[in-house]
Design a protein around this ligand. Structure first.
Ligand code: KG4
Ligand code: ZN
Length: 343
């Protein structure tokens, strides 16, 4: 019988406290505590995030172990997010993981959050196929927008990235202009389903090669809305669905254009997406269509593995465990960490 490797993953890079237990490549539990407190501030407040992580981490880890139906003594290693992220938030997960690994006398494994988003594709699921190497991954989240060539689990190359805002920020800032609460991305997606994507035209940015830019689009949307409100103060209310559909259409067009360029340049037609924004229904639809129209094979993560979660940390920990790639207890959290950086 195959050896059963139980890994506990801990994620605390931003505003979600999460813990997960995996057995080999299968997820046994994936507990996520969202921090509601930030909504009223219109964005994540770092100090409040660290305080909430402190409160959540023990119950979240306990729940993850209980749901997995194992005892903590069965854990083979503790994997944690080393970075990138908010330093105060990262410190909570890092310190907790170190203490637990020392207490249980099991290896400690540091995980790069950006790699973990991509490696969530290696979670074994009935309905999900794992991408073969090499593949292209479009990582789209609240903090990052990158096109990455993945040659093997830990060999990644950034082909292009945003020069200003991340795509998640483009969604969230547009939502804020429309008076929607934070994070607005999922709400834009929801209203867009009922709207006409061609109702309003927004200019797509002109940036070179495989890079992205979203700050100009945000300003364009702001000016457009301000102008329309002067004419009709109820413009947003009366056209919310169409505005959201048009914004979403423009953003997804930008992403698809760049992906097409990446395929042209590399000849790789295995396309994966990862990160919070890959929950977006329009990008998912467009990728399905690309299979038919361009002969791509696309890999779309299960919904719960798109936004920040510890299952992706645990699976990455498992992949590192297989090569005895452990961390020393002297390892420190790193707020800035590139997807290409292995420790
Ligand atoms: O990966 P993630 O959970 O956190 C970061 O590491 O940044 O991504 C969060 C981002 C937020 O900007 C949120 O608005 C966006 O993902 N998001 C969406 C959708 N669901 C989450 N954006 C568009 N459509 C969605 N359905
Ligand atoms: Zn993330």
């Amino acid at each position: 019988m195959e050896k059963q490797v139980y890994i506990l993953g801990i994620e605390s890079s931003c505003d979600d406290t999460s813990a997960s237990v995996t057995c080999n490549a299968k997820v046994l539990s994936n507990v996520v505590a969202n921090q509601e407190i930030h909504a009223k501030y219109g964005g994540v407040v770092p100090e409040l995030a660290s305080r909430a992580h402190q409160q959540n981490i023990v119950p979240v880890v306990q729940q993850a172990i209980a749901q997995a139906n194992i005892s903590k003594e069965q854990l083979c290693a503790i994997a944690f997010t080393r970075g990138p992220g908010l330093m105060g938030s990262l410190l909570v997960g890092t310190s907790f993981a170190k203490s637990l690994a020392l207490g249980l006398k099991v290896p400690l494994i540091d995980v790069n959050h950006m790699q973990a988003h991509i490696l969530s594709h290696f979670i074994e699921e009935k309905t999900h196929k794992t991408p073969p190497f090499p593949f292209i991954c479009l990582t789209i989240s609240g903090g990052h927008t990158q096109i990455v060539k993945v040659t093997n689990h830990f060999k990644m190359e950034v082909l292009g990235e945003t020069i200003d805002d991340a795509v998640g920020e483009a969604f969230d800032k547009s939502a804020k202009i429309l008076g929607l609460p934070y994070p607005g991305g999922p709400l834009i997606d929801k209203y867009a389903q009922l709207g006409n994507p061609k109702a309003f035209a927004f200019t797509k940015p002109k940036v070179g090669d495989l890079d992205f830019s979203f700050s100009g689009l945000k300003t364009g949307i702001l000016y457009f809305i301000q102008k329309q409100i002067k004419i009709n103060p109820n413009f947003i209310k009366e056209n919310l669905n169409d505005i959201c559909a048009s914004i979403q259409y423009t953003i997804v067009e930008i992403l698809m254009d760049k992906l097409k360029n990446a395929v042209k340049q590399t000849g790789i037609k295995q396309i994966a997406i990862a990160g919070g924004v890959s929950a977006n229904s329009e990008i998912r639809n467009r990728l399905h269509l690309a299979e038919k129209h361009f002969g791509w094979t696309t890999y779309i993560p299960k919904f719960e593995y798109t936004t920040d979660n510890a299952a992706m940390i645990a699976i990455t920990g498992y992949l590192k465990f297989l090569t005895n790639n452990y961390s020393d207890v002297s390892i420190t959290a790193k707020a800035r960490l590139k997807v290409t950086e292995n420790s």
